[in-house]
Design a protein around this ligand. Structure first.
Ligand code: DP6
Length: 343
């Protein structure tokens, strides 16, 4: 057993789903396939100090934004235990971890995707360091571990666009995310401006939402529709078709909310200002004939997606027409996935 102390830092981004993962089975496998765009600015930065000689094993002294967070420390320790079959090395390690996000917690952006992607990348990097093989990180292994921690996290380490889940096409796996590389020029420079409507805690956790899909009256129809939306989204990104992209993007986001509204119990996460923004985006798009579209995660905030070619116009619309309905806006764009800095 080697005795070295390994120290390094990982940054991992969040991602925005274009076709949403909603519903799961077994060891966190998705009920339907999803595709996401990896972000660049909304990242978790996690620094690791790894010691194999310390008696105490597992994650100790976990700090989130320089403060102890026993709740998240427990979540990481539980996760590490749950993957002992896949990552037996975990039993031998003492990990001191400091984590911070580039985006405010109150922004309502799911931080578990970036945090769990960062943690999984850290685990894989430790394994590689002990084998003296750190030239290239095994993204498939990172993704597989991250999936078990949080489904959407398994797409975050992959640059640009990531697919997760078996599709009816020749791409995708339930085990891990895969890169979608057939990207038309039109989709290589996408922006995601996150319009913050409310930063209150969510009234429904994603975990509960996923569970409610099991007995949902629209379950089968949703699975069918997600496959169709995947086919069309992939086609739109490959051929550069903004109209098709926007149609599928908005349909899938509104479906997610329709599913939540029609589950038992029912949840309405959209706020009046979310609807006001949606309406305004559609009016501006039609008036100005520009490719800018919305998507929404399990919360009230609106993600506005548009290419660099209309960035000046979109920025002006955000400031003049959309900001009156928001408390804040975070400008993000398509990004490169995970990175590791040895210290
Ligand atoms: C609406 O990945 O947060 O963002 O697997 O239980 O951790 P767990 O759920 P999570 O669900 C994300 C759902 C979503 C859609 C998506 O990102 O695909």
């Amino acid at each position: 057993m080697s005795s070295e102390l390994i120290q390094f830092k990982v940054t991992a981004p969040s991602n925005i789903a274009l076709v949403k993962y909603w519903g799961k089975f077994g060891r966190q496998y998705p009920m339907n396939p999803s595709i996401s765009m990896t972000l660049k600015n909304c990242v978790t930065e996690m620094s690791f100090k790894v010691d194999r000689n310390k008696k105490e094993k597992g994650i100790t002294n976990f700090l989130f934004e320089n403060q102890a967070s026993p709740k998240f420390e427990k979540r990481l320790n539980d996760f590490l235990k749950s993957i002992e079959d896949l990552y037996p090395l975990g039993k031998e390690l003492n990990l001191e971890i400091k984590s911070q996000n580039s985006f405010p917690h109150s922004a309502g952006i799911a931080s578990s995707a970036s945090a769990m992607a960062a943690f999984a990348a850290g685990l894989v990097h430790i394994e590689s360091s002990l084998k003296n093989n750190i030239d290239k990180i095994d993204l498939q292994r990172v993704s597989e571990l991250a999936r078990i921690a949080s489904g959407s996290a398994c797409r975050s380490m992959i640059p640009n666009y990531a697919i997760w889940g078996e599709t009816k096409m020749d791409i995708g796996s339930n085990e891990h995310g895969v890169s979608f590389e057939n990207i038309h020029e039109n989709f290589k420079s996408m922006n995601d401006s996150i319009l913050i409507v409310s930063s209150e805690e969510k009234s429904v956790s994603s975990s509960l939402g996923h569970q409610l899909m099991h007995g949902h009256a629209f379950r089968e129809a949703r699975i069918e529709q997600a496959h169709e939306n995947m086919r069309n989204m992939i086609n739109a990104i490959a051929t550069g078709d903004y109209d098709q992209f926007g149609e599928v993007l908005e349909n899938d986001a509104l479906t997610l909310h329709a599913l939540m509204m029609t589950s038992y119990p029912s949840f309405i996460l959209l706020k009046p200002n979310s609807l006001a923004i949606i309406e305004k985006i559609r009016i501006l798009r039609n008036e100005h004939k520009i490719p800018m579209y919305f998507t929404i995660d399990a919360g009230p905030n609106i993600h506005l997606l548009y290419p660099d070619s209309i960035k000046d116009k979109a920025t002006k619309f955000i400031e003049q027409d959309l900001m009156p309905f928001c408390t804040n806006v975070i400008h993000d764009r398509i990004g490169n996935g995970v990175s590791i800095i040895n210290e």
